[in-house]
Unconditional design. Sequence first.
Length: 196
Amino acid sequence: MTLTVQFYTMIAMVAMGVWLGIAMDTYSRFLHPDRSKSLWLYANDLVFWLLQGLLIFYVLYLVNEGALRFYVFLALLCGYAAYRALFQQLYRNTLERIILIGITFIRFVRSLFTYLVYKPIQFILKLLFSLCMMVVSIGTTIFWFIIKLFWVPIKWMIMLLWKLIPHPLQRVLIKTAGIADKIKNYIYHWFTQIRK
């Protein structure tokens, strides 16, 4: 392995050490490891470290075909220590500002959607529903008015016909109506019992 390759390897591993610090801070910020440990959190930790290991090995493979030396681990540690000493606070503050900007932007988009799309659609639907209910109410009123208008002459005709029917036949019809009413009450009672 030439000195140039070793130098590139050192630089790459220091950079990967810095990346590892950034990745750990980002991961801990979003997954809140201070909360109670759970199986889901352990699974996430395992996946996180596997991905970091694969990424570091892939960079190492690109630089020196994956040759592991003691100074590789030393360079990783130096990069991580440099990040913790020099860049951690700056990165955390920047990350918090990016998150704050993202949350503000999402709230803005949500408010925009609410006032430009959701509220107008809700207003139009309420208006349509009110119009439909008004049409139904007017239609029902007109319908019952027409029924009453035609019912009065029909009622008079029925009353006139009833007076023309002989009294014995009237009694038979009244008895039949009473029996029919009893049957109707019995059937209604029977259905009520079945429902219970």
